[in-house]
Ligand binder design. Structure first.
Ligand code: ADP
Ligand code: MG
Ligand code: ZN
Length: 563
C-alpha cells in the first residue's frame, strides 16, 4: 500500500510506531473479545478453536474459527456473535433467513447456532474473501460481469423467498476471487414482502410504516418459534444446505423459544446502539469510516425528507429517554420486579416485549439506499436491493468506492440527483406520492461518460468545474480520507474538491493513481453498451419499473452465461 501523502512529513519511525500500536491494540482487543466469547458461550470451546476476529459491526462481531471434527478433521467456520442487546425476534429472523433461503445460489447458509442466556452465536461456513476496495481497480471487466451475475443470482434467490435484504453492499457480499465463490451475508436488517415465506419476517413490521421500535407490539405472540437455543455441539460438521439443516436439526421451528437474556447490564451501550453509517469495522476489508457532517441543503422537500431526517436525529438524541419511557409503559402490566419469565416458554413475555428494539435506523447504508427509501416511501419492495446492486455496479464500472458518501438521507438524495438528474428525480418521486423541491436544475449524467471519466480514461476532466457538483457554496460534505483511493467525487461541492486536490496532488479531483494502473486494460477499453443499459435499469428512480433480479439475469449483458 502506498504511504498516505499527508504523512510524508512524519518521521518514519513515528509512523511505524503508530501503526504497530494500532495493530497491537486491535490484536489484544480481539483476543480479549475471544476470551469473553468463550466465557459467554462455553459450549463453543468443545468444538471450536477461535482464531481471530474477521469483522466487527455495531450489531455483531464475526470470528474465524476452526471446527474440530471427528476423525481429526478440521474445518474453517465463521462465528457471528450477535450483540446481546439485539431483539430476539430480529435474531431469530436473521437465522430463519439463513436457514430457509441460505446454502445455495450464493446465499450464505448456516451450520449451527448456539445460545447461552442472551448470547447468540451463528455458525456459518467460512468464505475467505477480498476487500472490495483493494481489488476494485485491478478487476478485469469479465470479473466484474461475473461478480454482478452472481450477485443477481443471490438476490433472485432471496427475493423469491420474499426477503428484502435492505443492506446490499460489498461487505455483505463476500467474494473469493480465486475460487470464484460468492456469498450474500447479513440478514440483520432484512424485511419481508407481504408474501414472504419467512414467517418471522412477517412479525417484523416495516419500519417505514410503523416507525422503529415496533417489534415490541404487545399483542405479538410467536406462534411458530425459531430456535436460537443452544444446539448440542455437533458430532460431525458436514456440509449441507441450510434447508436440509432446517429439516434435520433437532430443534425444529416449533420446539424452542426465542428469548432475550435475563440480567442485562444497564450500561448505556445497552440502550442505544446505533448502526453506524458504514456499519462495520471489518478487519478483512479496508473500510473507510468517516464522519459525515453534511450541510447540503439543496433540496427542500415538503413534508418529506426534511421532517424524516429531523425525526431521525432527534430520535438519536433522545433514545435512552424514549427507551426508558416505553419500557416502563409497556411493562406496566408486568410484575414490578421486571424479571423476564418467558425462558423456555412458547411466547415472549411482556418484559421482553417491552424491550425496545435497536432504535437505530437499521435501514442500510445511506450511499446504497434507494430513492424511495430515502424518501420514506411506506411500501418498499425488493426493488430497493436492486438499487443497491446498481450502486455496486456503478462502483465497479467507475472504479470508485464508496461511490456516494452521505450520513443522512437528504444528502444521499441530493447525490443521486447529481447523477440521475433533478427533473427525473422529481418525476419519480411523484409516482410514489412525494415531492422534492430543488433549487437548481441538475441534468442527468450519461452513465458511460461518467464511469469512463471517473475510471480515468479521459484525462481532460475537471470535476470541480464540471456539471456534477451540487452547489458551489456548500461546506465540504465530508472529510476526505486522504491518500485513499476511495474518495467519492460525486457529491462534492467546490470546497470539497479543493480538499481532494490536495490529497491527490493534482489531477483536478481525479485520482492519478487510478490512471497509473490503466495500461493493462483488462477489457475496460471495450465495455459494451449493454453494461450501461443494465446500470441504467438498475438505477431506475422508479421502483415500479426498475429491473428485477430475475430479469437482470436475463439481460443481454449476461448473454452466454450459465444461469
Ligand atoms: P454485521 O451485521 O455486523 O454487518 P455481517 O454478517 O455482515 O455482520 O458480517 C460482518 C463481516 O464478517 C462481513 O463483512 C465479512 O467480512 C465477515 N463474515 C461474515 N460472515 C462470514 C462468513 N460466513 N465467512 C467469512 N467471513 C464472514
Ligand atoms: Mg454486514
Ligand atoms: Zn422474557
Amino acid at each position: 500500500m502506498e504511504p498516505a501523502h499527508q504523512d510524508e512529513h512524519l518521521p518514519l519511525h513515528c509512523e511505524d510506531f503508530c501503526r504497530k500500536y494500532e495493530h497491537n491494540k486491535k490484536v489484544s482487543g480481539a483476543s480479549t473479545d475471544i476470551e469473553k466469547l468463550y466465557e459467554a458461550v462455553p459450549q463453543l470451546g468443545n468444538t471450536f478453536k477461535i482464531k481471530g476476529k474477521i469483522g466487527e459491526g455495531t450489531f455483531s462481531s464475526v470470528y474465524l474459527a476452526i471446527a474440530q471434527l471427528r476423525g481429526g478433521h478440521e474445518e474453517k467456520v465463521a462465528l457471528k456473535h450477535l450483540i446481546p442487546t439485539s431483539h430476539p425476534v430480529r435474531i431469530a429472523a436473521e437465522l430463519q433467513c439463513l436457514i430457509i433461503a441460505g446454502g445455495q445460489d450464493n446465499v450464505m447458509g448456516v451450520k449451527y447456532c448456539f445460545r447461552k442466556n442472551d448470547h447468540v452465536v451463528i455458525v456459518m461456513p467460512y468464505l475467505e474473501h477480498e476487500s472490495f476496495l483493494d481489488i476494485l481497480n485491478s478487476l478485469s471487466f469479465e470479473e466484474v460481469r461475473d461478480y454482478m451475475f452472481n450477485l443477481f443470482k443471490a438476490l433472485k434467490r432471496i427475493h423469491d423467498f420474499g426477503i428484502v435484504h435492505r443492506d446490499v453492499k460489498p461487505s455483505n457480499f463476500l467474494y473469493n476471487r480465486q475460487q470464484k465463490e460468492y456469498a450474500l451475508v447479513d440478514f440483520g436488517l432484512a424485511q419481508g414482502t407481504p408474501e414472504t415465506k419467512i414467517e418471522l419476517l412477517k412479525v417484523i413490521q416495516s419500519e417505514a410504516q410503523q416507525g422503529s421500535g415496533t417489534y415490541n407490539k404487545p399483542q405479538i405472540t410467536l406462534e411458530s418459534q425459531v430456535s436460537v437455543t443452544s444446539i448440542a455441539p455437533p458430532r460431525q460438521l458436514v456440509h449441507q444446505s441450510a434447508a436440509k439443516t432446517a429439516n434435520k436439526r433437532p430443534c425444529s421451528m416449533s420446539q424452542t423459544q426465542i428469548k432475550q437474556g435475563h440480567k442485562r447490564k444497564e450500561g448505556p451501550e445497552c440502550l442505544s446502539v446505533q448502526r453506524s453509517v458504514f456499519g462495520e469495522r471489518n478487519f478483512n476489508v479496508r473500510s473507510s469510516a468517516f464522519q459525515d457532517r453534511s450541510t447540503v441543503k439543496l433540496i427542500k422537500q415538503s413534508r418529506v425528507a426534511d421532517i424524516a431526517s429531523r425525526k431521525l436525529s432527534s430520535k438519536k438524541k433522545t433514545t435512552s429517554t424514549v427507551n426508558n419511557g416505553l419500557a416502563k409503559k409497556a411493562a406496566s402490566s408486568c410484575p414490578a420486579n421486571l424479571t423476564c419469565n418467558c425462558y423456555a416458554k412458547d411466547r415472549v413475555c411482556c418484559v421482553c416485549l417491552s424491550r425496545r428494539q435497536q432504535v437505530a435506523p437499521r435501514a442500510g447504508t445511506p450511499g446504497f439506499r434507494a430513492p424511495e427509501v430515502l424518501m420514506k416511501c411506506p411500501n418498499q419492495t425488493t426493488a430497493i436491493d436492486i438499487w443497491s446492486a446498481g450502486i455496486i455496479f456503478l462502483s465497479l464500472l467507475s472504479g470508485r468506492y464508496p461511490f456516494y458518501k452521505a450520513s443522512d438521507d437528504l444528502t444521499a438524495l441530493a447525490q443521486i440527483m447529481t447523477i440521475r438528474g433533478s427533473r427525473e428525480s422529481i418525476q419519480a418521486a411523484k409516482t410514489f406520492g412525494k415531492s422534492i423541491l430543488s433549487s437548481k436544475e441538475i441534468p442527468a449524467q450519461d452513465l458511460r461518460k461518467l464511469c469512463e471519466r471517473l475510471r480515468g480514461k479521459s484525462t481532460s476532466i475537471d470535476i470541480s468545474t464540471g456539471d456534477i457538483h451540487i452547489s458551489p457554496s456548500q461546506e465540504p460534505a465530508l472529510p476526505v480520507e486522504i491518500g485513499n483511493t476511495s474518495e467519492s467525487v460525486v457529491q462534492t461541492p467546490r470546497k470539497h474538491m479543493k480538499y481532494q486536490k490536495q490529497s491527490c496532488h493534482e489531477g483536478d479531483g481525479i485520482d492519478i493513481r487510478t490512471m497509473e494502473k490503466a495500461p493493462n486494460l483488462k477489457g475496460w477499453d471495450k465495455v459494451p453498451d449493454e453494461a450501461y443499459n443494465l446500470l441504467d435499469r438498475l438505477l431506475d428512480l422508479n421502483p415500479a419499473t426498475r429491473i428485477t433480479a430475475r430479469d437482470a439475469l436475463l439481460h443481454p449483458f449476461f448473454k452466454n452465461m450459465k444461469q
